[in-house]
Design a protein around this ligand. Structure first.
Ligand code: G1P
Length: 287
C-alpha cells in the first residue's frame, strides 16, 4: 500500500524560543525566509504525500493562515508586478481539501499527538514528520524512506549518530545493522542518560508507521517526562512486527534548539545565491 498521509504534530508550546514564540507558533520560525513547517510540508509533498494532517493546539492559527490564500496580499503583489513573489505565495497553498486539522486538546506528549490523528489516517501505513528536525538533502528524506518502505513493508524511523553525552535528548535505539543503512531495531529507550543508553543511535523526526501503532498508543501509558511517548509504543510494536532504523542521506539540523536553529539558518543561507557570497565574506571577517 502507498504512503499517502502524513501527520505533523504541531501542538508544542516552543518554550525554548520564548519570547519569539509567545504569540507565534514555533513551527513558523523562519529558516532564511521560509517557516520550518513549510520545509516539512514541501518535503512530504515532494515525497508523494497526498494528505497533510496537522495536529494543532491553541495559538496555532498563523500556521493555518500560512497554508491558505491571502487575497489582499496577492492583489497587492499583482498590482505591483511582483510576479515571482506572487507565484511563491500562491504555491504555498496545497490543493483544497488536502490539509486536515485536528486538535490535541491536552499536552500529553508526542505519542498522544500522533494518536489524535488515528481516525483521519485510518487503517493504512502513514508518515510522521517533526518540523523541528530540518534536513538538508539532495533527495527528500521522506522520499528515501518511502522507497525503503516499498521494500521492507514495515515501520521505520530515520536515525543519526549522536555524541554519547547527548543521548538524553533523543529516543535511542539498539539493533543489528541488517545491511547498508538499515538497522533492525531490537529495543528503544526515550531520552536515556549517557551511562545507561543502549547505543548512540538516535531517532529523529521522520517516521513511517503501520496503523497498529495507533492501538498501542491508545493504551496511553505514560513514559519519560510523564508524557505518552511514541518511543514506548514503538517498543511494543517491535514485539509484534519488525521495526527498522534508517540512515538517510542528508544533514539534519535540530531546530528545536537555539544553536541548531542558527546552524540551519547559516547552512541554508549559504546555499542561496543572492545572499550566500555576502555571508561567506562576513563569516571569514568575524572568525
Ligand atoms: C522527540 C521524540 C524522540 C526523538 C526526537 C527527535 O523528542 O520523543 O524520541 O528522538 O523527537 O527530534 P522531542 O525532541 O520532541 O523531545
Amino acid at each position: 500500500m502507498k504512503i499517502k498521509k502524513a501527520v505533523f504534530p504541531v501542538a508544542g508550546l516552543g518554550t525554548r524560543f520564548l519570547p519569539a514564540t509567545k504569540a507565534m507558533p514555533k513551527e513558523m520560525l523562519p529558516v532564511v525566509d521560509k517557516p520550518l513547517i513549510q520545509y516539512a510540508v514541501e518535503e512530504a509533498l515532494a515525497s508523494g504525500i497526498e494528505q497533510i494532517i496537522f495536529v494543532t493546539g491553541s495559538g496555532k492559527t498563523p500556521l493555518e493562515n500560512h497554508f491558505d490564500r491571502q487575497y489582499e496580499l496577492e492583489d497587492t503583489l499583482r498590482k505591483r508586478d511582483k510576479t515571482d513573489l506572487l507565484k511563491t505565495i500562491e504555491s504555498i497553498v496545497p490543493k483544497s481539501g488536502t490539509i486536515i486539522y485536528t486538535r490535541q486538546s491536552e499536552p500529553l506528549g508526542l505519542g498522544h499527538a500522533i494518536w489524535c490523528a488515528r481516525d483521519i489516517v485510518g487503517d493504512e501505513p502513514f508518515a510522521v514528520l517533526l518540523a523541528d528536525d530540518l534536513i538538508q538533502s539532495e533527495t527528500p528524506v521522506l522520499y528515501q524512506m518511502i522507497k525503503m518502505f516499498d521494500r521492507l513493508r514495515a515501520s521505520m524511523v530515520a536515525t543519526i549518530e549522536v555524541p554519547k553525552e547527548d543521548t538524553n535528548r533523543y529516543g535511542i535505539l539498539s539493533g543489528e545493522e541488517d545491511y547498508d543503512g538499515i538497522i533492525r531495531v531490537t529495543n528503544m529507550v526515550e531520552k536515556p542518560d549517557p551511562e545507561s543508553a543502549p547505543s548512540n543511535i538516535a531517532a529523529i523526526g521522520r517516521y513511517i508507521f503501520t496503523p497498529r501503532i495507533f492501538d498501542l498508543l491508545g493504551d496511553h501509558k505514560r513514559g519519560a517526562g510523564n508524557e505518552i511517548q511514541v518511543t514506548d509504543a514503538m517498543v511494543e510494536l517491535l514485539k509484534e512486527q519488525p521495526l527498522f532504523g534508517f540512515k538517510f542521506e542528508g544533514t539534519r539540523f535540530d531546530c528545536g534548539d537555539k544553536a541548531g536553529f542558527q546552524m540551519a539558518n547559516l547552512a541554508f543561507a549559504l546555499e542561496r545565491p543572492e545572499i550566500g557570497p555576502q555571508l561567506r565574506e562576513y563569516i571569514k571577517k568575524i572568525l
